[in-house]
Design a protein around this ligand. Sequence first.
Ligand SMILES: NC(=O)c1ccc[n+]([C@@H]2O[C@H](COP(=O)([O-])OP(=O)(O)OC[C@H]3O[C@@H](n4cnc5c(N)ncnc54)[C@H](OP(=O)(O)O)[C@@H]3O)[C@@H](O)[C@H]2O)c1
Length: 324
Amino acid sequence: MKALLCTRYGGPDDLEIQNLPDPQPGPGEALVRVKAAALNFFDTLIIAGRYQYKPPMPFSPSAELAGVVEAVGDGVASVRPGDRVAAYVGSGAARDMIAVDAGRLVKIPDGLEFDRAAGVCVTYGTTLHALKDRADLKPGETLAVLGASGGVGIAAVELGKIMGARVIACASSDHKLAFAREHGADETINYANDDLKEGLRRATGGKGVDVIYDPVGGPYAEPALRSIAWKGRFLVVGFAAGEIPKIPLNLALLKGCDIVGVFWGSFIERDPAGHRANTEQLLQWCAQGKLSAHVHAVYPLAEAAAALKAIAARQVMGKIILHP
Ligand SMILES: NC(=O)c1ccc[n+]([C@@H]2O[C@H](COP(=O)([O-])OP(=O)(O)OC[C@H]3O[C@@H](n4cnc5c(N)ncnc54)[C@H](OP(=O)(O)O)[C@@H]3O)[C@@H](O)[C@H]2O)c1
């Protein structure tokens, strides 16, 4: 079988495609033929050795997939050959076939195609955990989303609307903001042109924002926090801008607000049943058209380098999918 491999840390052009023996499912595992593998921003970091999670070399990038069960190992009763399944696997999905712990597989509902199903677990899973478990977002509250057209960003716009919030999308171009509006955003702020703190104050009639969802960091986190409402919750999701902001702690005191960490990868290890329930719910919502699982572009495995470069160049809206 073909596999996209990281054999040494580097950039997208250092990845190579190799032929490997077909994997065999061990006890408790299922062999899945990968139909679609999704990329996330963190894949650009993992292949460079700059992410908190470092898979043993050589490894395939892509943390999530959709495909068909080919065979099952001893003791597997939850899935059988022919089932359409999706899974979060951490890394290793950018290849023709993968042997996966069967407990990680979730069946894909009818009517949801592989490309959209592949990219649901990480972005929507992270965001549901963030908005529900960490921020306790309530109907009628305001939710500001930074990087609102990206993978987790557009998930936050859509899930914020499902949860009854008034969503303020913030992004670096009018094109990206139009995309966020198409996906449900009520208000928009272009933080490349407009002052983010003033924009958020204006959009909330001076009251400040109840919940801020920040997957970007860099120069945007502090101005956003300065516009938070009394008892607001600032969700620390990621640092796509590269720089980890150093926030003056007096802001938390003065605003009477919470700065709340979101670590989905740890959440799913600590609460596998909660993770499974969330993933099943999210796939259902996608199949019912309540969530878009928007695919920005599909690349063949051989063009994975171009796909990763598009993510790093801030060009992607929604998800990038690889076809083995
Ligand atoms: N905490 C968790 O459990 C968790 C889970 C999943 C992902 N994450 C993190 O969330 C962040 C976003 O992930 P994603 O997959 O949604 O990424 P993505 O689709 O690439 O979106 C990232 C967004 O960040 C903005 N951005 C600002 N500066 C950027 C830069 N220098 N390079 C790239 N993007 C930049 C871009 O929007 P604008 O151009 O509009 O600014 C872009 O749309 C990453 O840091 C990722 O590691 C965290």
